[in-house]
Ligand binder design. Structure first.
Ligand code: NAD
Length: 257
């Protein structure tokens, strides 16, 4: 029933803003933080803060192992990622904003994805680590496979080939600033769309919670697709409780038919 309502809303909209969280990728085999078992029972990203990464070679080594475990199985986009790509191809997607770092929206064929937490697909130089200060990189960036190849060749702690600085995945760690220009682009898109759909996000922390809040303030209809309740369910125009691929796939197919 509510999938039909989502179809109707999609049909009536020409500037959809989609906002995805970790839940859109669980059907691709990447666990969110709440999934029982799996990788997050062994690695707590809240311990792997930016400052600890800079200070401690063991944290860097652990972080590389975690990245390889999460993305080494070569996950593929699922029906929800593909549905958003279809919506974009049809010219109905105003913006795609994601908290995810897995790159699966791009793999599904989406362009111009606004990645508020960066991407695990690339690594970059974060420079040397001055005592008591924050390092600053030289701008070098590479595909993440570069780091795994360096580790396989015997380095525990890959260093920037340009300046010798520390190398980190191009993601935002706990304790690291989000890029204000990326956040601005996300807010601008949210305020100028005609439908805002959150998919697979618990909407519990900022900036995740700030965007649906902004949509509501701007009078943009809010749809929530999630398999559990969120704090925004009471103010949403439509809540579809279910799995992302099973909801978005048929809704988008029907809306574009
Ligand atoms: P989150 O706060 O975005 O919550 C995920 C939500 O999705 C939960 O409410 C969960 O019940 C729901 N969910 C899980 N599978 C679903 C499905 N198939 N269909 C519909 N809903 C589903 O994410 P989080 O796990 O708390 O992570 C917080 C931060 O860590 C975010 O930035 C997140 O993107 C990032 N993270 C990213 C990845 C990734 O890139 N794939 C994986 C884990 C965590």
């Amino acid at each position: 029933m509510s999938v039909d309502e989502l179809t109707d809303l999609l049909r009536a909209s020409s500037a959809v803003v989609a906002f995805s969280g970790a839940g859109i990728s669980t059907e691709s085999g990447i666990p969110d933080f709440r999934s029982p078992g799996g990788v997050w029972t062994r690695y707590d990203p809240r311990d792997l803060t930016f400052d600890r990464y800079v200070d401690d070679v063991e944290v860097r080594t652990t972080t590389w192992a975690m990245r390889r475990e999460l993305f080494g199985a070569d996950p593929k986009p699922n029906a929800a990622h593909r549905a958003l790509a279809d919506l974009q191809t049809a010219g109905c997607l105003h913006a795609l904003i994601t908290q995810n770092i897995d790159g699966l929206h791009t793999d599904a064929g989406c362009r111009d994805v606004i990645e508020v937490h960066g991407t695990a697909r690339e690594v970059g130089c974060i420079g040397a680590a001055p005592r008591g200060g924050r390092p600053d990189g030289c701008g070098w960036r590479e595909h993440t496979s570069w780091a795994f190849e360096a580790i396989d060749a015997g380095t525990d702690d890959p260093r920037c080939p340009g300046c010798g600085g520390l190398v980190k995945s191009a993601t935002i760690s706990f304790g690291q600033q989000l890029d204000p220009s990326v956040l601005e682009a996300a807010a601008e898109a949210t305020a100028t769309g005609d439908l805002f759909i959150t998919i697979g996000s618990s909407l519990q922390v900022h900036p995740a919670a700030g965007l649906p809040e902004l949509a509501v303030r701007e009078g943009v209809p809010l749809v929530i697709v999630n398999d559990e309740a969120t704090p925004f369910d009471g103010v949403a125009d439509l809540v579809v409780r279910g799995r992302a691929g099973e909801v978005l796939g048929p809704a988008v197919t029907a809306a574009l038919a």
